[in-house]
Design a protein around this ligand. Sequence first.
Ligand SMILES: Cc1cc2nc3c(=O)[nH]c(=O)nc-3n(C[C@H](O)[C@H](O)[C@H](O)COP(=O)(O)O)c2cc1C
Length: 338
Amino acid sequence: MTPSDTLRALFAEQPFLLAPMAGVTDAPYRLMCRAHGARLAYSEMVSVAGLAYASEKTWDLVLPDPREPQICVQLFGSKPEQFAQAVDAVQERVGEKLTLIDINMACPARKVVSKGEGCALMRAPETAEQIVRAAAGRARVPVTVKMRVGYASADRNAPEFARRMEAAGAAAVAVHGRTAGQMYLGQADWSIIDEVAAQVAVPVIGSGDVYTAQDAVDMLTGTAASAVFCARGTYGNPWIFEDAQALLAGDVAPAHDFRDKLGAFRRHLELLEEAGAHMVRARTFAAWYLKGVPQAASWRRRAVSCVSVADWRALVDDLQAASSHWTVENGKVVAQDA
Ligand SMILES: Cc1cc2nc3c(=O)[nH]c(=O)nc-3n(C[C@H](O)[C@H](O)[C@H](O)COP(=O)(O)O)c2cc1C
């Protein structure tokens, strides 16, 4: 089996992947999504320059929790030799659980592209090829590349760029249907997925505007994508993976009301605590789980002052108590008594 055959087989089994998201997809977040059907999950992006003299804190971004069966590690940088070293180090530290190494050529952040990293590589295809060759030459697992439509809309070079990355050794490519200039705004252009797939033989992962399980299924069935990245659609909605699988199988996906969300929020807090993380980090996802609860704004205000495990526990307990006064119809709170 070639590396791309290996990935094609994995994607056929589970086409809905937890996308890499810096500041979001840490081990507790991945465990939360895995508990609801995600089987392939990505790390946050990790700098190859940082890994050369990495602290254990940096390695925390890379290493899976003992309860995780696998991990896809995403690296970013601009120097081929640093990628080669980082691939060696990641393989050694992660071992058997490493499914693939992805190279980030999609990040639009100024501090990243200004150093020639992330999406800036789409304007430096020779360097991008050297990076893929250096990484694939050392890797025992498939090496993949995540890109955007192009750096700017006038570029729109993802199809040609993907072809070059495949020739350099990429076993799959992922394309986010926005340019770097668009950041995360505007509508994602899914037609780029088909344009890329027409140029390469390796599997293509689609990304962009997958907010619901139905969106994930629509992208999978309506484009040439072999797999779909679930990114912002996982916010407060770890069920997106099992729901998309259910829809794909022709079943009905259940509705998830605020009680489910509260239960998930509580579990996510526990996972964060178990990981020994600073509990302030929970502020990132608290607002996502609180969406749709009555007086969400005031609960969110309270969430931004939570610091300790006890603060969070009190917030969730109070929410639970308040919810006994809510009347729910079709998953939505329609009234609350005093
Ligand atoms: C907060 C945040 C962090 C992200 N971090 C990364 C990252 O580290 N690496 C990467 O390749 N993409 C990253 N992305 C992009 C997502 O993986 C995905 O391609 C993008 O959000 C488009 O999908 P969506 O519109 O369905 O959210 C990030 C997106 C968000 C919202």
